[in-house]
Design a protein around this ligand. Structure first.
Ligand code: MG
Length: 350
């Protein structure tokens, strides 16, 4: 088992290992002070892992409650947030107790946000069960729900008290869901780690623990530097400006990972056309994404992509911060006028 320590507004450990889910209560004991835990999970994960988590808690004398949400993005809304908060109150959860988010990004975002506002904040533990959640959403303390006007429009920066990544849970993922997480893994190589980038050319599964560790370490370092996303943390958005546009235009039928892969390849080709990186490197990025079965082109109209991209909540004024690859393991953040972004989207299509 590997341990990473995070020092953000809260200090916490990230545990990465195989089969560590069964001992969840041992790892969580220092966090659970009041003796009660509310476990939030979804309808896909509950039949596989909920019982072993509840058993482990019971053996330690922790009184636990479980709340199972319907799997899928539609559970990340105000209605489910309200229901969860009322359920915590019904459980009699106090500030000394803990919320456990067991599942993928939707579960972590919803349960984390509920924990951030219930009684003005109770501690929570992230137990991600997808690759995407392990390397991205479970670390860094961004929690949110979707509003009618868009994704992640209400939320809080609220750090977990513990993150437990048991990568044996990845074996129960479909290939498609696993591959989705690989797009974010490749992103870490592009933005911060040339050696990771090259290692990803070898089969990922035999080295999965090291790969997760490297990704989480990079995210940890970025979050420690810029927890509230005002500067450096933006590099984690590599591939996401165009990626979000693709997701939106598809009404979210194209998954996050696939959309990010398309966005990563497109922005890399545009960067190469402008001499920011070499055409060979842009090609290398595209080839690596393709080797994981991820898409690198879209047939959406560039004008539509542009309009969807600039409707994004993170934009400021008539400019957008683009993350551009310079060389393996290094990116720059470039403040880019809207007009230039539109041109770059066109360049990225070619
Ligand atoms: Mg992402």
């Amino acid at each position: 088992m590997k341990i990473l320590k995070v020092k953000a507004s809260g200090e916490y450990d990230i545990l990465i290992g195989e089969g560590i889910l069964d001992g969840i209560a041992d790892a969580a004991t220092p966090v659970i002070r009041g003796g009660k835990a509310a476990v939030v999970t979804d309808s896909n994960v509950a039949p596989i892992y909920l019982e072993s988590v509840l058993d482990s808690l019971k053996r330690k004398g922790v009184e636990s409650f479980s709340h199972v949400i319907e799997a899928g993005e539609s559970s990340k809304d105000l209605k489910h947030l309200g229901a969860l908060l009322n359920a915590f109150a019904e459980d009699g959860l106090t500030r000394a107790d803990v919320v456990i988010a067991l599942g993928g990004g939707v579960t972590g975002d919803l349960a984390g946000f509920a924990a951030s506002c219930y009684l003005r904040g109770v501690r929570y533990i992230q137990i991600p069960t997808t690759l995407l959640a392990m390397v991205d959403s479970s670390v860094g303390g961004k929690t949110a729900i979707d509003l009618d006007y868009g994704k992640n429009l209400a939320g809080a920066f609220y750090q977990p008290s513990l993150v437990l990544c048991d990568h044996s849970t990845l074996s129960t993922l479909s290939d498609e869901v696993f591959t989705d997480g690989c797009a974010e893994v490749i992103k870490y190589g592009i933005i911060a780690d040339a050696e990771l980038f090259d290692r990803l050319k070898e089969p990922i599964k035999p080295q999965i623990e090291d790969v997760i560790y490297d990704c989480v370490r990079i995210k940890r370092d970025v979050v420690e530097e810029d927890e509230k996303d005002t500067g450096l943390r933006q590099i984690l958005n590599f591939g996401h400006t165009i990626g979000h546009a693709v997701e939106k235009l598809s009404s979210y039928t194209i998954s996050h990972g696939k959309a990010v892969a398309i966005g990563s390849a497109m922005i890399s080709r545009a960067a190469a056309k402008r001499g920011i990186c070499t055409p060979e490197y842009a090609e290398e990025i595209t080839e690596l994404l393709s080797s994981y079965g991820l898409p690198t082109f879209t047939s959406y109209d560039p004008g539509m992509l542009f309009r969807a991209a600039v409707a994004d909540k993170k934009r400021t004024g008539e400019y957008i911060n683009l993350i551009l690859p310079v060389e393996k393991g290094r990116c720059i953040i470039k403040r880019t006028p809207f007009s230039e972004l539109e041109a770059m989207i066109r360049e990225g299509m070619e």
